[in-house]
Design a protein around this ligand. Structure first.
Ligand SMILES: Cc1cc2nc3c(=O)[nH]c(=O)nc-3n(C[C@H](O)[C@H](O)[C@H](O)COP(=O)(O)O)c2cc1C
Length: 205
């Protein structure tokens, strides 16, 4: 799986394995539920990456569009490479941060599919997880985050409640580099990241 690493304001695309051997810091895995170019949710996560505390690095999961549809028939010894890489990335992560759009009142199918692939291998068990809900829609994408919580419960991840944040992000607040420029929004996203990384550090000092 190709992942984009973000440390401070620098991002680049590289291979997951080489990141881990050269950068033994704690890792926050960022998972966006949108594959859309210019995605607001992906920008919220890129912003989160730019607020990471010392000793943390972020990897952006780009597996969403590559994964096959989940079927137990493929979940045997010869699992697809994209699934193996996803599970490796989740296993290696100290915490996971999600941000996702709502599609038709619920979680995008691609994100549900990704999460289904994590269940069989118990890679999510006990992982500290949180989300940034950056919806500006009247319903605040309540359906998608209700479903995300339900599915994460089935994965046995540990939801860090005080890191889960409603932070509306208007497109006009996103800079050309895909990161939110607004100081208040950045501060609020940073608060979520701090709560999540602190919880993860307590889990594995
Ligand atoms: C097929 C489709 C269905 C959608 N359904 C909903 C919905 O049920 N509720 C909602 O608030 N927004 C809905 N939206 C709007 C998206 O959630 C919204 O544009 C979101 O900001 C897209 O996120 P992104 O910029 O990260 O791709 C829908 C969009 C599409 C394309």
């Amino acid at each position: 799986m190709t992942v984009r690493r973000a440390v401070g304001s620098t991002t680049r695309t590289t291979q997951y394995t080489s990141i881990m051997s050269r950068h033994p810091a704690r890792t926050l895995l960022l998972i966006s539920g949108s594959t859309r170019r210019g995605s607001v949710n992906s920008s919220a996560l890129a912003t989160a990456a730019s607020t990471l505390p010392e000793g943390w690095q972020a990897t952006t999961c780009s597996a969403l569009a590559d994964l096959p549809h989940f079927t137990p028939d493929l979940d045997g010894e010869a699992i697809p490479g994209s699934v193996r890489d996803l599970r490796t990335a989740v296993r290696a992560a100290d915490a996971l941060l999600f941000s996702t759009p709502e599609y038709a009142g619920t979680l995008p199918g691609a994100l549900k599919n990704l999460l289904e692939w994590t269940i069989g291998d118990t890679v999510m068990t006990g992982k500290p997880v949180a989300w940034l809900n950056c919806s500006t829609a009247p319903g605040r994408a309540a359906g998608t985050y209700r479903t995300l919580r339900t599915v994460l419960t089935y994965t046995a991840a540990r939801v860090v409640e005080d890191a889960c944040l409603d932070v509306p992000v208007e497109r006009r607040l996103i800079g050309a580099d895909g990161v939110v420029t607004d100081a208040d929004v950045r501060h609020r996203i940073g608060t979520s990241v701090r709560a999540l990384t602190t919880a993860a550090t307590r889990t594995r000092p």
